[in-house]
Design a protein around this ligand. Structure first.
Ligand SMILES: Cc1cc2nc3c(=O)[nH]c(=O)nc-3n(C[C@H](O)[C@H](O)[C@H](O)COP(=O)(O)O)c2cc1C
Length: 193
C-alpha cells in the first residue's frame, strides 16, 4: 500500500530535473520475475506529455526486461538508500531477485503493476517504453512516457523538491560507491534590477 501522494504528471519532469541517481525497476509477469538496477544517467525530455530518457546498457538484464515488457519504473532514492542503490547497481538480477537479496520492500504501481520502492526513497514514476529510436541501439538511450508518479509528501510539494533536512535529500553518483547529496538551495534574483 503506497504512503506517497500523487504527483501531477505536468510536474513529473521536475523529479529528474536536478539529475538524481535513480533505480530502474522492471517486472515480467509471464516469467514471474522482477528486477531493479541503479542508473546515474536519466533526464526529462518533454513536459507534456511527460517523457524521460534513461541510458541502460545492453549487457544488463533490466534492458532485456524493459524491451520485452515495454515498461519500467523509476524510483528516486533518498540518502538512506545509498547502500541499496550501490548494491543493486553492482550485481545482476538474472540469477537472484535483488529485492529479496537486499531486503527491499516494494509497493505495486497503480497503472502498470511495476515494483516500486518507498522505504528510504522519495518518489517514483511508472513509464511506458516509447517506440525504439536509432539512439536506443546506438547509444543505449531508451525513452519513456510517465503514466503515474507519486512522492513523499514532505519531499516534493506543489511540483518542487523541498530539500530541507538531512534525510530528505537525493543521491548524485560521484563514482565507486560515493555519492553527493542535495545541498542548500540557491535562489536566483528575479527582480529586474
Ligand atoms: C550508482 C550507479 C549508477 C549506475 N548507472 C548506470 C546507468 O546510468 N546506466 C547503466 O546501464 N548502468 C548503470 N549502472 C550499472 C548497473 O546498475 C548494473 O550494471 C546492474 O548490475 C545491472 O543490473 P541488471 O543486470 O540486474 O539489470 C550504475 C551502477 C551504479 C552503482
Amino acid at each position: 500500500m503506497s504512503r506517497f501522494v500523487p504527483v501531477e504528471l505536468k510536474h513529473a519532469s521536475r523529479l529528474l530535473n536536478h539529475g538524481p541517481t535513480v533505480l530502474i525497476t522492471t517486472r515480467d509477469e509471464h516469467i514471474d520475475r522482477r528486477n531493479v538496477m541503479a542508473a546515474a544517467w536519466s533526464m526529462p525530455v518533454e513536459f507534456e506529455p511527460p517523457r524521460i530518457a534513461i541510458v541502460v546498457d545492453k549487457s544488463t538484464w533490466s534492458r532485456e526486461l524493459i524491451e520485452r515488457t515495454g515498461k519500467f519504473g523509476i524510483v528516486i532514492p533518498g540518502v538512506a538508500a545509498a547502500s541499496w542503490t550501490y548494491a543493486v547497481g553492482s550485481v545482476s538480477g538474472r540469477e537472484e531477485d535483488k529485492f529479496n537479496a537486499y531486503g527491499i520492500p516494494v509497493v505495486h504501481g497503480p497503472q502498470l503493476g511495476l515494483p516500486l520502492i518507498e522505504e528510504k526513497c522519495l518518489a517514483w514514476m511508472e513509464c511506458r517504453l516509447l517506440p525504439a529510436t536509432a539512439a536506443q541501439e546506438k547509444y543505449d538511450t531508451l525513452f519513456g512516457e510517465v503514466v503515474s508518479a507519486a512522492a513523499d509528501e514532505k519531499a516534493f510539494v506543489a511540483g518542487r523538491w523541498q530539500f530541507d533536512d538531512d534525510t530528505r535529500n537525493t543521491l548524485h553518483h560521484l563514482g565507486a560507491g560515493t555519492f553527493a547529496s542535495t545541498g542548500r538551495l540557491v535562489r536566483a534574483n528575479i527582480s529586474s534590477d
